[in-house]
Design a protein around this ligand. Structure first.
Ligand SMILES: [Zn+2]
Length: 323
């Protein structure tokens, strides 16, 4: 089933296809037989577009996200793709150097997915914090951030897109909050990094963006840890988060980390377990509520009702270390 779109989306869709094919919007509308923009659902455009282009409909559904399925789908080729729905899609400027290399002078915005934060070809940060193409920052000096991009991509086949996407948004906010709460920049590392991380206009990256770029390797490592169901299994078995906290230090994410009830990682853990209880109860359709922006596979099979959750808060101060 294809999600219905607003008429503005139909207009912008026609504008985009017309521009790419060097024809006017009016000519394309006439070619496709679209008379009333406001009354034409986007699904009605697949058939005429297929006739005009010579591509079959299944190919058009793969090429154009507007024709794609709902957020949760098992249709081959349709998971792991950006959603093109108003108010939900993740839209960022494409790498400005890739755009220039294609001979395009203006900014190109694209629907994207959470793991596309670095253009590996041009060593440019294209992730969080990039609202305009000129906000993209050269990170050639940060080889570990560039390596983290590959690491992040490899986590998806290992743990599943649904888990990695959820874990990454959590890991990023958790890690930045933990660093900011400690308010420690004893060697001036962050201030120094901001001097080097500059946009096209020479302006230093905003502090939150600089933090996200500088600590991207730690954030991606934390993502891998949180996406791995091993910590959930151990927490449920032992009733505390000692193993998870120990791994945070052992993997070099935040050395000496000790969980406290009020800290951001602890709060994420509690919320995460609550979400899973909710989804176990209400089924896969609720995934779309918690994980917008990208299409994901359905879970392999419906799971039984959740078991009682572990007594996390009581053992928050358990000493870190593998259990
Ligand atoms: Zn590029």
């Amino acid at each position: 089933m294809v999600t219905p779109f607003h008429d503005e989306t139909v207009a912008s869709f026609i504008h985009r296809i017309a521009a790419a094919n060097h024809v006017s919007d009016k000519d394309l509308r006439e070619l496709l037989g679209v008379r009333m923009l406001k009354r034409t659902p986007i699904t009605a455009l697949i058939e005429p577009l297929s006739i005009v282009t010579g591509f079959n409909e299944s190919l058009l559904r793969l090429a154009l996200p507007e024709f794609g399925p709902e957020a949760v789908s098992n249709e081959p080729g349709h998971f792991g793709r950006p959603l093109a729905q108003r108010m939900r899609s993740l839209e960022r400027p494409a790498c400005r150097r890739c755009v220039h290399a294609a001979g395009i002078t203006g900014q190109v915005n694209r629907w994207t997915t959470h793991e596309k934060n670095v253009c590996l070809r041009h060593r440019l940060w294209i992730g969080d914090g990039c609202v305009e193409a000129d906000d993209q920052i050269d990170i050639s000096i940060l080889t570990s951030t560039i390596r983290a991009q590959r690491h992040h991509r490899n986590l998806i086949p290992r743990h599943g897109r649904r888990q990695v996407r959820d874990a990454f948004s959590g890991a990023r906010s958790v890690f930045i909050s933990l660093v900011e709460n400690r308010s420690a920049d004893p060697f001036g590392v962050i201030a120094e990094a901001r001097l080097h991380l500059r946009d096209v206009g020479g302006q230093p990256a905003p502090p939150s963006t600089a933090l996200g770029i500088l600590f991207h390797p730690q954030i991606v490592t934390l993502t891998g840890l949180l996406a791995n169901r091993e910590w959930v299994r151990r927490a449920r078995r032992s009733g505390h988060v000692g193993w998870l906290a120990g791994e945070v230090t052992r993997r070099g994410i935040l050395v000496g980390y000790r969980p406290e009830k009020a800290d951001p990682l602890f709060q994420w853990v509690e919320t995460h377990l609550l979400h899973h209880k909710f989804m176990d109860f209400y089924g896969y359709r609720s995934y779309g509520v918690f994980f917008p922006e990208e299409t994901v596979r359905m879970p392999p099979r419906p799971r039984p009702l959740a078991q009682p959750s572990p007594a996390m808060p009581a053992d928050a101060g358990h000493s870190p270390g593998p259990s």
